[in-house]
Design a protein. Structure first.
Length: 161
């Protein structure tokens, strides 16, 4: 039995613009999404997201808070992959982009016009913009037509402190 893959994703917003990256590899190549990646063995959440942001965007950032956790199942034919996504808010310490992926500052108002990973789009609209933070269940299905979001459900809201 395999376990969920732990992943960190970054919500970096400054002056109404969000950093997104264009995936160059894998089954989601060509789609835009939030920067992030797998948490390495013996790595803490805040270390992982700062490292991933630096690798993918070449900016320095400061971890501010965990804003949501998303249990995402991706179905492709008979294959199912389960990811435990930790969406983190970061403060950019530098602004000039580079890195391993094609990173861009995009106005939040333009996000819907891009070919973006469907679950990432919902994270942007529901969590980052609408501030509905909490624990979510998510199911995406990949088929010959593309990638379809079948479920994105807020299961348990986080209490506001």
């Amino acid at each position: 039995m395999s376990h969920p893959i732990s992943v960190v994703l970054a919500a970096i917003v400054q002056e109404g613009n969000l950093i997104i990256i264009k995936r160059r590899e894998g089954s989601l190549a060509g789609f835009y999404g939030l920067p992030g990646g797998k948490i390495e063995h013996h790595e803490h959440l805040q270390e992982a997201i700062i490292r991933e942001v630096k690798e993918e965007t070449n900016i320095d950032a400061k971890f501010e808070e965990l804003i949501s956790v998303i249990s995402e199942v991706v179905i492709s034919g008979e294959e199912r992959k389960h990811f435990l996504l930790h969406l983190c808010r970061l403060k950019p310490l530098t602004r000039s982009l580079g890195g391993e992926e094609l990173a861009s500052w995009v106005p939040l108002s333009d996000i819907g016009s891009l070919p973006i990973i469907p679950s990432d789009l919902r994270m942007i609209t529901d969590i980052i913009q609408a501030k509905r933070r909490g624990y979510y269940d998510c199911v995406m299905r990949k088929n010959e037509e593309g990638v379809v979001l079948e479920k994105f459900l807020l299961v348990h809201p986080f209490n506001k402190a």
